[in-house]
Design a protein around this ligand. Structure first.
Ligand SMILES: [Zn+2]
Length: 478
């Protein structure tokens, strides 16, 4: 029997707010444990939570960016369960009246077709504390860090529209781009600011029933989400073929074993309306004000890159998928750099160099103005590509202008035919075999000779001029 999968995702996104959701404690991941705490986020009895305006605005922008409908009225519930990372015994979440309903993302599926994947709703909730399980000598101990307790989260709950692991992975990439664009979160699965649970069930191909699902948690990369879903489809199909029933439960993805492992029976505690946090009421004016703060979104930006800068669809999509890269590219264009030259040097030289140094493009010492100055010297033939790469390396550890680096180190390109002539004669004299090979029709030998002249010039010669002069001397037409 052929099976198809029915998959839905629940995605937790940690908002990059300056404070926590219901108190003024700073939201600073990476600080010493338990320094960013107060009676409210330590969940002492009687503490009064107040919703931060910043968290509401960032959550609202995220919803609008995904095409969701902000609800005029939403409210917090107490999601009751008891766990060491939640000593007050409940988490503030929106179970009955979520912040938004609807929304969707369009992806390109594995057959190259556009597919719309719908969002059921998006709600806000507070994060719980972080548990760390360690060893003290031979004694296993568990430590609690309350810095994360009360940090604002949104949970994006999709419709079960996904059929393949690929669709889930494309959705997550698209979602990450959208959320980064509106500036509400970095959505890094590695750093835990985006966490994904997948609900997976299977059914015979061509049928429409919804069967018992299994929830898979604890995946910390988009690749793992795809792998876990693929594994689960295989596991459930084999079980059903063998006549076993699929039981509702939660599993964990183990990336080392490349398998999902059973964790616990799925537990849903009761959800009771919270009496202390006021109901959120959003006026149409406020919603419009938020909408007007939305930036140009990635699809529109990609389209503009094609029409305005003549990029291919693929190049435009690549650039627009990261707001940092897209912004840098536009800054280069603003400095008068030709789009294609900017794109080429940005993607093949600068981005790898920034990655290698573990920096962020936006905080790199190679600002768009300095990089543009370098590319201008290249496009005006003052330096060759070889030298430009060397100067780029200097830009990372010196604050000198590219022009100064070039002058001070004598990097300027040698284009003067008189100066190059002597070098060429020297090389032709020293390489009779290559000359003979070229004359017998081996055009590859020309490249070798150009390389030799380049080396003799200390890498500073203008390769275009060498090529012309060499061809003339060898009596060839290019
Ligand atoms: Zn606090």
């Amino acid at each position: 029997m052929e099976f198809e999968a029915v998959i839905g995702l629940e995605i937790h996104v940690e908002l990059n707010c300056t404070t926590k959701m219901f108190c003024d404690c700073p939201n600073r991941p990476g600080d010493e444990p338990n320094v960013n705490t107060c009676p409210t986020c330590l969940w002492f009895p009687g503490a009064m939570p107040r919703l931060s305006q910043e968290s509401l605005e960032k959550a609202a922008l995220l919803c609008l960016g995904l095409g969701a409908e902000l609800q005029p009225r939403s409210a917090f519930d107490q999601k009751v369960y008891y766990y060491p990372d939640l000593p007050k015994g409940y988490q503030l979440s929106q179970a009955h009246l979520p912040l938004s309903r609807g929304g969707a993302l369009v992806i390109t599926d594995e057959n190259g077709q556009s597919k719309k994947l719908r969002i059921h709703h998006i709600h806000m909730e507070e994060d719980v504390a972080k548990l760390m399980h360690e060893m003290e000598g031979r004694l296993p101990i568990s430590l609690v860090d309350f810095n994360r307790a009360g940090v604002p989260l949104v949970e994006i709950v999709t419709e079960p529209d996904f059929r393949t692991p690929y669709e889930a992975m494309e959705f997550l990439k698209g979602l990450r781009t959208q959320v980064r664009y509106v500036g509400s979160s970095e959505c890094s699965m590695e750093n835990g600011t985006m966490r994904v649970d997948a609900n997976i069930s299977i059914r015979p191909q061509g049928t429409t029933q919804m069967n018992t699902k299994v929830e898979v948690k604890n995946m910390n990369s988009i690749r793992h989400v795809g792998d876990a879903i693929a594994y689960e489809i295989g596991r459930q199909s084999a079980a059903v073929q063998a006549g076993e029933a699929v039981i509702l439960h939660t599993r964990l993805w183990d990336p080392d074993k490349k398998a999902t492992l059973p964790m616990r029976a799925k537990f849903e505690g009761p959800c009771i309306p919270d009496p202390a946090v006021p109901v959120i009421e959003l006026s149409p004016d406020w919603i419009e004000k938020m909408r007007s703060r939305l930036p140009e979104m990635p699809a529109a930006r990609a389209e503009r890159f094609v029409t305005q800068h003549g990029l291919s669809g693929e190049e435009a999509l690549f650039l627009s998928s990261d707001p940092e890269v897209a912004g840098y590219f536009e800054a280069l264009i603003g400095q008068g750099i030709a789009p294609r030259l900017g794109l080429h040097w940005l993607t093949t030289q600068l981005i790898p160099a920034v990655k290698e140094r573990e920096q962020k493009l936006s905080c790199s010492p190679v600002t768009p103005a300095r990089f543009a100055a370098l590319l201008k010297m290249l496009s005006q033939d003052e330096i060759n590509a070889n030298t430009a790469r060397k100067v780029l390396a200097h830009l990372f550890d010196s604050d000198e202008a590219p022009e100064t680096i070039v002058s001070a180190r004598g990097y300027r390109q040698v284009s003067d035919p008189a100066a190059l002539d002597a070098l060429i004669d020297e090389v032709l004299g020293a390489q009779p075999a290559a000359v003979a090979s070229f004359r017998s029709g081996q055009s590859k030998a020309l490249g070798f000779l150009i390389g030799q002249v380049m080396q003799a010039s200390g890498g500073k010669a203008n390769p275009k001029i060498i090529r012309e002069l060499l061809a003339k001397k060898l009596g060839a037409t290019l």
